[in-house]
Design a protein around this ligand. Structure first.
Ligand code: GDP
Ligand code: MG
Length: 172
């Protein structure tokens, strides 16, 4: 089972991230709904250490009420030890988008929120430092975040460090 599950609305950049951080490149063009089943990939971290990442079917609004792909999606993430929420840079409201995703999970199964959560602001090549600072201020203080760009290769080492640290932190 994957260590890290990607959580985000369609177009958040999940498939692109998976393809740039994992060795196995997807063979097919990634058109809508190719990710109906989890696409797993191994992230080679460093010194022979690796972890698994799963690109899951895109969450949709109302998923927890059993509409559309919701339940199929949610069943998959129950098995991941950490969740990486992907919020795209061009979201209208980053905080709200995070809250909607978080609420979907909570309504489905509150126990899922005991998993460790990390936020990545994807497509950050669209942001300047000022915008990044404004977004960072809005995000929940208790949840670690990184700005990444899969296309420009920005923030990916930081993201891997953060995920590795999260997966390996001593349990209390
Ligand atoms: N500018 C920019 N666009 C990106 C980046 N990552 C993904 N995209 C674009 O965002 C769109 C959706 O990406 P995709 O990975 O398919 O999203 P998914 O639906 O969450 O799997 C595609 O057109 C990507 O080319 C990025 O780092 N920067
Ligand atoms: Mg995808």
């Amino acid at each position: 089972m994957a260590d890290v599950g990607l959580v985000g609305f369609p177009n958040a950049g999940k498939s692109t991230l998976r393809s740039v951080v994992t060795a196995a490149k997807p063979k097919m063009a990634d058109y809508a709904f190719t990710t109906l089943v989890p696409q797993l990939g191994m992230v080679e971290y460093r010194d022979g250490k690796s972890f698994c990442i799963a690109d899951l079917p895109g969450i949709i609004e109302g998923a927890a009420e059993g509409k559309g792909l919701g339940h199929r999606f949610l069943r998959h993430i129950e098995r991941n030890s950490a969740l990486l929420f992907l919020i795209p840079a061009d979201s209208k409201d980053h905080k709200k988008e995070f809250e909607i995703l978080h609420k979907e999970l909570e309504e489905y199964n509150a126990e899922m929120l005991q998993k460790d959560i990390v936020i990545a602001i994807s497509k950050s090549d669209m942001l300047d430092d000022e915008l990044k600072a404004a977004i960072a201020k809005e995000l929940p203080k208790k949840i670690p975040h990184v700005f990444i760009s899969s296309v420009m290769g920005q923030g990916l080492p930081e993201l891997k460090d953060l995920l590795w640290k999260t997966l390996n932190k001593p349990s209390v």
